[in-house]
Design a protein. Structure first.
Ligand code: URA
Length: 299
């Protein structure tokens, strides 16, 4: 028999809460192994057996607390610990404008200003990037045949191990969020969170009122009935569709289900994020306010 319980603990200086389960019939050490395995899965953002874990990711509202300056710089991917040691000896690591004498000097990323070799370093626990995806790029981190969306980002961003938060087809254009925050990406993509994605489309022929009603209430896309959504026509064959879920090829399959065909698809909004001012192929970092808002959607 499996039971669920909530566990609070203090890891990496941050309070984390998660649900796990264990088998009370097993000796304690097995319980611990299962617990550790689930914790690691939760950290990676995996969903264990559907709904077992709930790990509260640290977010920008959390105070980071004190950390060693060499750890700070290595987490920011600015310098390894040994590089920091050398830079400290050269007097090139400053804390609030004053050279530090030791690599284990404690810093508070919320309060102190750290400068490395003349550059102020901003602490970010995670990286978030908004990209306007052009045609012909696949939403993957690597591909043997095609260019991936990561090919559009500089090393300065890819070194953080960002990946696409949700998939757009190779010929779908528009807004793509990339992050290295696995649990948040997972949460934002869950239909339970009702995070809206808006797509502009062009279809092969004018959908009837019945077709639109069917699309809005849910159609069978091959063994799965889509959740309610909204369709707003802006022309005879063009419009906007708003979904809170994202099955593989969902919109194309939905239009197939009403004997129509998608000819053009562009994502224009993800939650509150829009492409405003971002040209095709361009990217930008999310602002701190956007990160706060996004992380609050994933809590
Ligand atoms: N639906 C699709 O069919 N394709 C996409 O790329 C996104 C949503």
């Amino acid at each position: 028999m499996f039971v669920c319980f909530t566990k609070h603990q203090f890891i990496f200086g941050l309070e984390q809460t998660f649900l796990t389960h264990t088998n009370p019939c097993l000796p304690k050490r097995y319980g611990k192994i299962i617990f550790t395995r689930i914790y690691n899965r939760a950290l990676r953002g995996d969903n264990f057996n559907g709904n077992i874990y709930r790990l509260r990711q640290p977010n920008v509202f959390d105070n980071i607390g004190l950390m060693r300056i060499d750890k700070f710089l290595s987490e920011c991917k600015i310098a390894t610990r040994s590089e920091t040691g050398k830079a400290v000896r050269r007097g090139e690591v400053l804390l609030d404008g004053v050279p530090v004498k030791r690599a284990d000097t404690q810093v508070d990323p919320d309060k102190n200003v750290v400068t490395y070799c003349g550059e102020v370093v901003h602490y970010r626990r995670n990286t978030y990037v908004l990209l306007n995806k052009p045609d012909g790029y696949v939403s993957a981190t690597e591909d043997k045949k095609d260019k991936t969306v990561l090919d559009l980002l500089p090393e300065e961003v890819t070194k953080f191990g960002v990946f696409p938060c949700g998939r757009l087809d190779k010929n779908t254009l528009g807004l793509m969020l990339l992050t290295d925050n696995g649990p948040l990406a997972h949460a934002l993509l869950s239909p339970k969170r009702h995070v809206e994605k808006v797509y502009r489309f062009e279809c092969a022929h004018k959908p009837s009122d019945d077709d639109i009603a069917a699309l809005e209430s849910g159609v069978d896309i091959g063994g799965y009935v889509t959740k309610p959504c909204t369709v707003k026509m802006t022309g005879d064959t063009s419009g906007e569709i708003t979904l809170a879920e994202g099955k593989y090829h969902q919109i194309k399959l939905m239009f197939d289900a009403v004997n129509n065909r998608i000819l053009y698809l562009e994502r224009i909004r993800f939650a509150f994020l829009t492409l405003d001012g971002l040209a095709r192929g361009e990217w930008r970092y999310l602002t701190d306010d956007e990160i706060k808002k996004l992380e609050s959607l994933g809590i």
